[in-house]
Design a protein around this ligand. Structure first.
Ligand code: XMP
Length: 329
């Protein structure tokens, strides 16, 4: 149990002592960990920190804009925004295997980040939002009997070829502590308490081959689902309202590259399918599908079909983990 202002003061002093007058770079993903690390390091060393935000074209709707606004504009952090959509899409063309997709996205991410870092020739440190559970997880890797079911590219991600020293100020913190720290540093509550989002992003939520056209459809459908989860409450009459977003651990839409027939006005449609997934879990190792109210599901389905031209059918995933995983790939 620790006192937040004291903790921040101590962390700030320790970062200053570690880096001195050196320059630091950090890969900002928009996720909680890298965001909190950026805010903390910025508090300590201000403009000695430069963040690189790589947009692989597989982010959620308006995510790039939000990150730039929050860090660049509101917090005054130096952020370089790299739109690498074309490069990622190019390399993903024709690739359908989930692990192959993950490898490509991870590899390109490192490539783009390295190219940007190389331009910041004064940087001596690479900052990362590694948290305590990541430290434990990577310590377990390679041990007898352990195997990766899915390669998580943003854990222990960047290679040593950059020749930078590692700065990992969140190494001793658990997720809930990182969140409290983020709020204390002035990050918006909604950002800090966001559902987890995988490093490969929509790349593993578009089944099979990834195309920009599919990503654009999925982004719109996903944003509608999330908006409705945030605006609808588990118990409307409760004293303290809890949204369905906060009542679920992870929720998202999945793009199925399958066409089915529908009717619209007096015409026939032949369009794609979107699946909705919402789960409740403690540790993401096992999970239950969320029992969302039928009216809420109905509303989300209507909105997606009416507002996203190109989608004419919405289904709800009622599979637990195990045997299904949370993501579809
Ligand atoms: P699964 O699908 O294995 O997911 O039940 C468990 C949790 O891990 C997340 N996940 C990933 N996170 N890179 C990540 O950073 C990945 O490749 C990846 N695959 C799954 C998933 O979103 C869920 O929270």
């Amino acid at each position: 149990d620790w006192n937040m202002p004291d903790y921040i003061a101590e962390a700030v002093a320790s970062i200053r002592e570690q880096v001195g007058t050196d320059e630091v770079i950090l890969g900002l993903s928009g996720g909680v960990d890298s965001s909190v690390a950026a805010a903390l390091i910025h508090r300590a060393i201000g403009d000695q920190l430069t963040c690189v935000f790589v947009d692989h074209g597989l982010l959620r709707l308006d995510e790039g804009k939000m990150v730039m606004e929050m860090f660049g504009k509101n917090l005054g952090v130096k952020v370089i925004h790299v739109d690498a959509t074309a490069q990622f899409m190019g390399h993903l063309e024709g690739v359908t295997d989930p692990e192959a997709k993950r490898k490509i996205i991870g590899r390109e991410f490192v490539e783009v980040f390295q190219a940007e870092s190389a331009k910041l020739s004064n940087a001596k440190w690479l900052a990362q939002g590694t948290i305590y559970p990541d430290v434990i997880e990577s310590a377990g890797k390679g041990k007898k009997g352990s195997h990766t079911i899915k390669s998580h590219h943003n854990v222990g991600g960047l290679p040593d070829t950059l020749n930078l020293k590692l700065l990992e100020p969140l190494r001793e913190l658990f997720k809930d502590e990182v969140r409290k720290l983020g709020v204390a540093l002035g990050l918006p509550h909604g950002m800090v308490y966001r559902h987890p989002f995988p490093g490969p992003g929509l790349g593993v939520r578009i089944l099979g081959e990834v195309k920009k056209e599919f990503a654009d459809l999925l982004r719109k459908a996903d944003a509608i689902f999330i908006e409705e989860l945030r605006n609808n409450f588990v118990d409307k009459n409760a004293e303290k309202l809890v949204s369905w977003y906060d009542a679920t651990s992870q929720a998202f839409a999945v793009f199925l590259p399958v066409k089915s027939v529908g009717v619209m006005g007096d015409g026939r449609t032949y369009d794609y399918v979107v699946a909705l997934r919402a789960v409740q879990t403690q540790d993401f190792m096992t999970a239950h599908w969320a029992h969302l109210p039928h009216e809420l599901l109905g509303k989300v389905s209507n909105r997606i079909i009416n507002e996203v031209r190109g989608i004419n059918r919405v289904v709800y995933d009622i599979s637990g983990k195990p045997p299904a995983t949370i993501e579809w790939e």
